[in-house]
Design a protein around this ligand. Structure first.
Ligand SMILES: Cc1cc2nc3c(=O)[nH]c(=O)nc-3n(C[C@H](O)[C@H](O)[C@H](O)COP(=O)(O)OP(=O)(O)OC[C@H]3O[C@@H](n4cnc5c(N)ncnc54)[C@H](O)[C@@H]3O)c2cc1C
Length: 377
């Protein structure tokens, strides 16, 4: 009889884990808090380290059909002058920008034998004799050989094991919006523009849509300006190079989302017994290197690899955690560092930053890129 696994949370991490475990021959059920298995939100970048996993799971073709492959990253100053250009087309599998909902759907439609239980909040768990029982807010209980907490940055499973500490605010907020693609651009090019305490990024994500994001330093949980969210962003980026003001102007105000930049310090051990964590539940990452979901996708592949080989679930979970801890901590650290540098405010320091960034990226972009992006699980 195949081993039973419960996954708490059907986000990108939970869905990828379900697909990978299904392919490894495990019997999987996902309990998801939301009333449907779907994603909302904006666009995202998936880098070769994640598209390599998606290829091995048989969903990369679908992802590429729904998104847009990335061939080059351009870094600018607010006046439009280039700081640096990095080719992104030399990887074994392509980088791709895609709407989150499209990625989620591509994963969803590949699940064949996975139990999908929406409207179910996993509240807690208990363990006895190598089995784990998840308790749900609905009053239901489910027992299995293993429980995977893929329930995001405010994970209930993580809180039960490690306590309910708040994520760490990193000093800036991020707005995201989706504008129609006017076509006046080079296909496959993505960009980020670095100002002083502000950044703006552009990710064409296929199907006539451009996702943009904008950042600004400030205290956490800032309310929108009285003029409204869109007017506030327009004012902040009014004199930045085109198409930045054009994209903001073309974005429906109601669709603009705002998040604070958060992460957490790395954990010594993620899980206990027959319980482990995956994705943001284990290692939330600031969005600066576009790797949070990519790390969750890598986690899913690693977890399936250890569970496929093992008969002892707890031992497989500890092997998986050992393999993933250093890598995810490294990527989170890099992301936090790049975010801090990108958000520098002092105009002289910003000038020096741009000069040094150009120099560093022109000398050794591949080595740094490959460590994060060309990794193969
Ligand atoms: C502004 C921004 C931009 C980003 N851009 C990128 C990018 O370009 N590329 C990239 O790779 N990453 C990016 N990320 C990071 C990425 O969004 C996350 O790392 C990724 O979504 C984590 O997936 P997850 O499945 O671990 O968690 P989540 O996506 O948070 O999914 C958790 C799921 O669990 C469910 N849930 C929560 N609690 C419970 C419960 N108690 N019981 C049952 N279900 C529960 C939730 O409803 C949700 O469906 C970005 C993040 C932000 C904030």
């Amino acid at each position: 009889m195949s081993r039973k696994m419960i996954i708490a949370g059907g986000g990108i991490g939970g869905m990828t884990a379900a697909l990978a475990l299904q392919r490894a021959g495990l019997d999987v059920t996902i309990f998801e808090r939301a009333p449907a298995f779907a994603e909302v939100g904006a666009g995202m970048s998936l880098w070769p380290n994640a598209t390599h996993v998606l290829q091995s799971l048989g969903v990369l073709d679908e992802v590429l059909a729904r998104g847009e492959p990335v061939t080059q990253f351009n870094l600018h100053r607010p006046d439009g002058k280039p700081i640096s250009t990095i080719p992104m087309d030399g990887f074994a599998t392509p980088a791709v920008c895609i709407h989150r909902a499209d990625l989620h759907q591509a994963l969803h439609q590949s699940l064949q034998s996975v139990g999908l239980e929406p409207n179910q909040v996993v509240q807690s768990f208990s363990q006895r004799r190598g089995r784990v029982t998840a308790r749900l807010a609905s009053g239901l209980e489910a027992t299995a050989d293993g429980l995977i907490g893929a329930d995001g940055i405010n994970s209930a499973i993580r809180a039960q094991i490690h306590g309910a500490a708040r994520p760490i605010y990193r000093g800036y907020c991020i707005w995201r919006g989706i504008a129609p693609d006017t076509g006046r651009r080079v296909r496959g090019h993505i960009s980020e523009t670095w100002g002083a305490g502000q950044r703006f990024g552009i990710l064409p994500m296929g199907q006539g849509r451009i996702c943009w994001y904008a950042t600004r330093n400030g205290p956490p949980s800032q309310p929108d300006a009285p003029a409204g969210r869109k007017a506030e962003i327009q004012e902040l980026f009014d004199d930045w190079h085109q198409p930045i003001p054009e994209l903001i102007a073309a974005t429906p105000p109601a669709s603009i989302m705002k998040n604070d930049a958060h992460d957490r310090n790395p954990l010594r051990q993620w899980g206990e017994g027959c319980v482990t964590l995956l994705g943001d539940a284990a290692h939330p990452i600031t969005p600066n290197v576009g790797q949070g979901a990519c790390m969750a996708i890598e986690d899913a592949a690693a977890l399936a690899k250890f569970l496929r080989q093992a008969t002892d679930t707890a031992a497989a979970f500890r092997d998986y955690e050992r393999m993933r801890k250093a890598r995810t901590a490294y990527v989170a650290r890099q992301s936090r560092r790049i975010g801090a540098i990108g958000q520098w405010e002092n105009p002289w320091i910003v000038k020096g930053r741009n000069f040094i960034t150009r120099l560093v990226l022109s000398c050794s972009p591949n080595e740094q890129l490959n460590t994060v992006y060309a990794y193969k699980i």
